[in-house]
Design a protein around this ligand. Structure first.
Ligand code: CA
Length: 375
């Protein structure tokens, strides 16, 4: 096979007849790799629209890929990552790498007429329980949190729920008592046995994290995500070691080595994100690292179509699935474009079984939503 074209573009969500919306989730950064009449699609990390990763692909990576064989993709991509390492590698370059890796797996699957999970060794399961990941709770009062959770429970019927705090990243320990009150109110809403998780989005000091973590233990939460700043790796490990509740981190880890550092620090559940670190290949390497250390592998996932499908292919191949898969707010925004993208189905998502990612694209809708930003 031979790569003959690499395209980069945004897919703009929302009402296409209206002016472009701003903000998180408004667009997805897509790469399309063409070879032998087939097209593989990949997706970069959506931070700031993902345009920086798309620019690196268009300017620095695409020229080196043209003429290459998609079946040599790991060699080509690792060569590029190491060539461009001084641009990051965290974030922009690894997002670009992840997008290309996913696209090349999609392309390989289409060429071989097999779903990605078959090429990875086969699926242990094709229905994957999901949790609703409900953000923005720092800005709500207790009633607002309860009403929001109630609505998502009813609409999506998830297998578990995670309440995320989000909030202002430059503040810590703003409302510890209020945060615990919100967690308690959600526990009262769902009853004693429903699985709940709490995502602090890095907003506590070590002492506050211990206090909140103890409350979550009493309330029967099953994990406590990113209690302290992601870049304080030793602090994250200290909190993990001092609490009984499972402490998780890793959505802001961009390399296998930084996931290894988290595990070394004492974190026992890691959450790498397929569009941020390594794509399908990187996530499979993380799964192996976790397996080697007896650490839970529960990827972070916020994307509506390509990223979600790629993540589910990987998850289906992992023997020990200890927690549900993430389904973040706004997942339905791609439904008119990626018409068979995984969606809630009795508490689960179904892993696509078509070639590659197995996604079916409405080409006319994709053309309407497409915005060329580079190249
Ligand atoms: Ca998170």
């Amino acid at each position: 096979m031979k790569i003959d074209k690499v395209e980069t573009f945004l897919v703009r969500w929302g009402d296409v007849s209206r002016p472009a919306e701003a903000g998180f989730g408004a667009a997805t950064a897509v790469v399309a790799v063409h070879a032998d009449g087939l097209v593989g699609l990949g997706e970069a990390s959506p931070m700031q629209g993902g345009v920086a990763s798309l620019a690196v692909i268009a300017r620095d990576m695409a020229p080196a890929l043209i003429g290459g064989d998609p079946l040599d993709h790991a060699v080509m991509l690792d060569r590029l990552l190491h060539k461009l390492i001084k641009l990051g590698p965290d974030g922009i370059v690894t997002g670009a790498y992840a997008a290309l890796d996913i696209a090349l797996w999609d392309l390989k699957g289409k060429a071989l007429r097999q779903p990605i999970h078959k090429l990875l060794g086969g699926a242990w399961r094709t229905r994957i329980p999901f949790y609703a990941s409900i953000g923005g709770n720092a800005a709500r009062d207790v009633d607002g949190v309860v009403r929001t959770v109630e609505a998502r429970l009813k609409a999506e019927q998830p297998s578990a729920i995670k309440i995320r705090w989000d909030g202002t990243r430059s503040e810590v320990d703003r409302d510890i008592k209020g945060d615990i009150a919100k967690a308690r109110a959600v526990r009262e809403l769902v009853g004693d046995d429903f699985p709940l998780a709490f995502d602090a989005n890095n907003r506590y000091s070590i002492g506050a994290a211990i206090r909140v973590g103890r409350a979550l233990e009493e309330l029967g939460f099953i994990w406590f995500e990113e209690p302290v700043e992601y870049y304080h790796v030793k602090a994250m490990g200290e909190v993990a070691q001092r609490l009984d509740i499972t402490v998780s981190a890793g959505e802001q880890s961009y390399t296998l080595q930084s996931v290894a550092a988290l595990i070394d620090s004492g974190v026992r559940m890691v959450q790498p994100d397929i569009v941020k670190m390594g794509g399908v290949t990187g996530l499979m390497q993380c799964a192996a690292l976790c397996h080697a250390h007896g650490v839970e592998f529960v990827p972070h996932q916020t994307q509506p179509a390509i990223g979600n499908a790629a993540n589910l292919h990987v998850l289906s191949t992992v023997m020990h699935a200890t927690k549900p898969a993430e389904l973040a707010d706004g997942w339905s925004r791609s439904a008119d474009t990626f018409v068979n993208a995984p969606r809630p189905d009795g508490g689960c998502m179904v892993v696509p079984d078509g070639p590659g990612l197995g996604l079916v694209v409405d080409a006319a809708m994709l053309a309407r939503r497409r915005v060329d930003v580079t190249g």
